[in-house]
Write a protein that binds this ligand. Sequence first.
Ligand code: GLC
Length: 739
Amino acid sequence: MKQEKINKLLHAMSLDEKIGQLIQLSGEFFSTADISIGPSQKLGISQKMVNLCGSALNVVGAKNVHKIQDEQMKRQPHHIPMLFMSDVIYGFKTIYPIPLGLGCAWNPELVKKAFNSAADEASAAGNQVAFAPMVDVVHDARWGRVLESPGEDPYLNSVYAKSMVEGLQQDLKSKKGQAACVKHFAAYGAIESGREYNSVDMSLSNLFQNYLPPYKAGVNAHAKMIMTSLTTLNGVPSTADKWLLDDLLRKSWNFKGIVISDYASIYELIKHGFAADTTDAALKAINAGVDIDMKSPCYATGLKQLLTDGKLDENKVDQAVLRILKLKNELGLFEDPYYGASEAREKGNILTTDKRLLARKLASQSIVMLKNDHQALPLKKNTKIALIGPYANNRNLIGMWAIHGNPQDTVTILDGIKENTNYVKVAKGTDLCRNKKLLHNLGFLSNESIDKMVSDDKTESKNNQEAIRIASKADTIVLTLGEETYEAGEAGAKTNLELASNQIELLDKLSKLGKKIILILINGRPLVLTNIKDKVDAIIEAWFPGTEGGHAIADILFGKTNPSGRLTMSFPYSSAQEPLYYNHLSTGRPENNSQHVGRFVSKYIDSPAAALYPFGYGLSYGNVLYKNLELSTSHFKCNQVEKISIDVINESDMDREETIQLYIHQYVAKIVQPVKRLVQFQKIFIPAHKRIHVEFQLKPQELAYYDNQGKMCLEGGKYSVYLGMNGGQLLKKDFILLI
Ligand code: GLC
């Protein structure tokens, strides 16, 4: 439809119709299932406003969407089609690894393909907007939603924001894409003490330097939508923060798309103590720039009165409606309200061989080998394996936010191993979790299901004994431990990052057998492995690896794939170290470089201050050497580029994918700078026994930082360049930037 027809439509719409376009409701309002994840509350919205609702939340399925779209358009005086929006966060039916795992692949191109593939499945099922990518920078593993983020680094998250938005939106025109909705704006990942929905408070230099870049990268990649965070930022709820949503997002970043509130976050302005009632909340949110009210009564019950009382400029509403009509028009919904969705396409499009192969490849690249002593891995074909643990033969490998995925489609770890050896004996060994209180607190499990999940003591002891029995007869123990699906993800904040005590007890018993133990972790956040790492020979961090998890894990175990994953979030020695991140400040008394000795330096007396496994860390099979770090000049001018090069040598018999990470450090700055920060990386393929010469081009603007006015600053002086494979083992050279 031409723009002038859109303008004409807007002027023909009644106030109620306009307000209807700003409301988003979930399935139960359209007599279908409500599969949303969030607090349920009676909204008190009139049927008249439900009939005018402009978008649906988490309603999918070609048949369902056709039916509901037809019904809703009939009710609309101008038959305006609804937008269907859903949480397609790391896959639709083919589920990829959780984004914290995807981040560890350091492969934005492959992740872009995965998001494009997810868009293909979701669009066939009638969805048009994906509430993804979530690109919140995360520093605190106690927060359950670290699962959804690519990690702790603003640059890497920015690279992924771009690739994920582009992947989702690449085929929008051919009705095989998804409009991307970047979330959660802003800095949700900095919630205090890792407690869910807690407040966020920081300096502007920290906000601009470490938290805003990924959202900006999503906007620059032309994301169609931004979702506000449920939290406050410096005392103001993001969902009503005019500075954030209007001054910064729209005026400074020139964002022309739609701003949608998070689930009920407009209503929650009252709970925050920012709005007096639903009408006040509606006024503050619409004036701040929120276009769509997701699942709250505020716009539906408050906007009309504000308009008729002259307290709200109708132009505000018109601008919001126009942005929504514009997206509907861009997607061609006025011509094809179903966006090409059909049952036939849906059936033929999901879980195809190609999609599974992509999921398998990406899952194997997301896996991080944290330990591999005495070359415990890779396993030889037909190794006699005792496969033990609650994840040995368990299809729940897709994580908490794969709401459209089906665990029945998952390849289990047993499935994967059976394809590589004809001797594998299986025993659960112990429950995933035996803490009924914790399981109850997950909020999703009925008492009956909890009773089924927690064996009685006699059964638990029998399970332990069976595990020990089969282990004693095998060459190698593959022990699969981790988190229950709902321990991580939204509302999954917890204070103890160790494995469940019953899992550790089983590991202890098995470790006394003197057999090789390979530990496979299925989890959604960094865990504390300090007390168990020395009891096993190898540790494979597999995250929630997705639909093809079993194949990917077996590919790594048996050496079909050389593990290339590198951590994008720090693993602590202790939960009490959180928040923990690599790009921290030096302090005036740095532990390893202070004029003070002994006690009076920045450290703990009961734990190392560093990470057990740092950002950027991961092992591969075989040995690699980094040599000859060279800079094109030791004094580089502002109008130049600093050429940096290094030789990387694969000394092993196995080909490998190597991620070379480039960090910088600024010695002296008006706002002190981190000990190092990532500015570039390259993931390259190095054949066995080959040497690759790798070059980077560092531009002066990559050295700039933000001050407390949110302004970029570039200062001359001494810098270091660090280059290498692991957050820890880096070569270093210094240069002077001449301003
Ligand atoms: C949730 C989440 C958000 C999600 C939305 C819709 O509360 O915060 O990430 O997209 O509601 O399900």
